[in-house]
Design a protein around this ligand. Structure first.
Ligand code: HSE
Length: 404
């Protein structure tokens, strides 16, 4: 029998318990042993819950119980989650988690401890919810050099941008709607400022580069400046605006960025609507591949956690490794990052800006004659930010173009 302890009986934690019980036959067959939940750790009581007898409030009971093989960490936050994860691994108990914050911040250290204690630290659910993406990176692309990963990694912002695009809803109204539907938090910063996407692209990039990309080093721009006016121009360009996390290997170093991008209707990412996520992985042999599905939600996310439990059960007493080492990846600087930019500028400053820059195309605004859209020739981020600084009062917004 494989005994599991679930830390945190919230949305994902309760989903994990539900799947283990509802799909007991499938999960146990795949694990070649019966899988059952022995403990649920939470501060709260759950009177009337079918699993209330499994609820405990003291982590020591779990970590000191030799019968517990696998710990599921769905606590959220970093400090306590990290502390319990580390203790569990030091006791040779495998840990499966959906907690991207801990993975992005402490991943290499926890992977090392797992290896030293013949157990595993698995986190399929930390990126893309129910979409298999971590396991394919670790086990399916082993003949590849990954050249690029670009993805829509946040369901909340994709829902908001889709509504703005298709229904012309304002940013403020769509944020309220996303909050009412339970997608966006009361404090929506993690989603709308791009921090959630940043941690996810940092995890994916670390896995394919084999070294650590610190999420704090990735330039991260959210969607808070995106307005209906931007979508009006995007439509004229046969584009939509998507929040992308993107990274590329550049001569052993790495380019990584989180920002809203103009995505052409020729790109598969253009068609990703609502709360769905999609991750494009480009290998040097296989070419472009696309992973698509629900990036959040109770059962989709819990399904990925339970798949990790099955892997740990099959590999009991062994470490399931990956190539993420505790060594830093060097990120390239702005002088070596090149993009094509769309800028909205005040019409009164158009002539001056056009003299300073190579303008490829000019787009009239139907709604507001006091501004104009310009597509600028490819240039480095360094040069673009110099220009932006110089014309700060005249540039209303800027959006990079995604490469198809
Ligand atoms: N807030 C995240 C999203 C949840 O909207 O995608 C999953 O990480």
């Amino acid at each position: 029998m494989i005994r599991v302890a679930v830390l945190g009986y919230g949305t994902v934690g309760s989903g994990v318990v539900e799947i283990i019980e509802k799909n007991k036959k499938e999960v146990s067959e795949r694990s070649s042993d019966e899988v059952g939940v022995k403990y649920i750790l939470d501060l709260r009581e759950f009177p009337g819950d079918p699993y209330e007898d499994k609820v405990v409030h003291d982590f020591d009971i779990i970590v000191n119980d030799p019968e517990v093989d696998i710990v599921v960490e769905t606590l959220g936050g970093v400090d306590t989650a990290y502390k319990y994860t580390k203790e569990a691994l030091l006791h040779s108990k495998s840990v499966c988690t959906s907690n991207k914050a801990v993975v992005a911040e402490k991943g290499p250290e926890l992977l090392k401890i797992a290896k030293e204690h013949n157990c595993s630290y698995l986190f399929e659910a930390s990126v893309g919810g129910g979409i298999p993406i971590i396991r394919p990176l670790n086990t399916s692309f082993t003949a590849e050099r990954i050249e690029e990963i670009t993805g829509i990694l946040n369901g909340t912002t994709n829902y908001m941008l889709t509504k703005m695009d298709e229904e012309g809803v304002s940013y403020d109204d769509v944020l309220k709607e996303a909050q009412a539907k339970g997608y966006a938090e009361r404090n929506p910063e993690a989603d709308v400022c791009g921090y959630d996407t940043c941690r996810k692209i940092a995890i994916l990039t670390s896995l394919y580069m084999g070294k650590t990309v610190h999420y704090q080093d990735i330039r991260t721009e959210g969607i808070t400046n995106i307005s209906k006016a931007d979508f009006d121009y995007a439509k004229k360009l046969s584009c939509s605006i998507k929040l992308l996390g993107t990274s590329r290997e550049v001569d052993g170093k790495c380019m990584a960025l989180v920002a809203p991008f103009m995505v052409s209707n020729l790109s598969p990412l253009y068609a990703i609507r609502g709360v769905f996520n999609a991750v494009m992985v480009k290998g040097n042999m296989v070419g472009d591949t696309l992973f698509y599905g629900q990036g959040a939600g109770k059962l989709a996310t819990a399904s990925a956690v339970v798949a990790d439990i099955v892997d740990c059960a099959i590999n009991k007493g062994k470490n399931i490794g990956c190539k993420w080492e505790d060594e830093d990846v060097l990120l390239i600087d702005d002088s070596n990052k090149y993009f094509e930019y769309f800028v909205r500028v005040k019409r009164e400053a158009e002539d001056e800006i056009s003299k300073a820059l190579n303008v490829k195309e000019r787009i009239e605004s139907d709604a507001d004659k006091s501004e104009v859209g310009l597509i600028l020739d490819t240039m480095s981020e360094e040069r673009f930010f110099e220009i932006k600084e110089k014309f700060n009062d005249s540039i209303l917004n800027y959006i990079r173009f995604a490469k198809n």
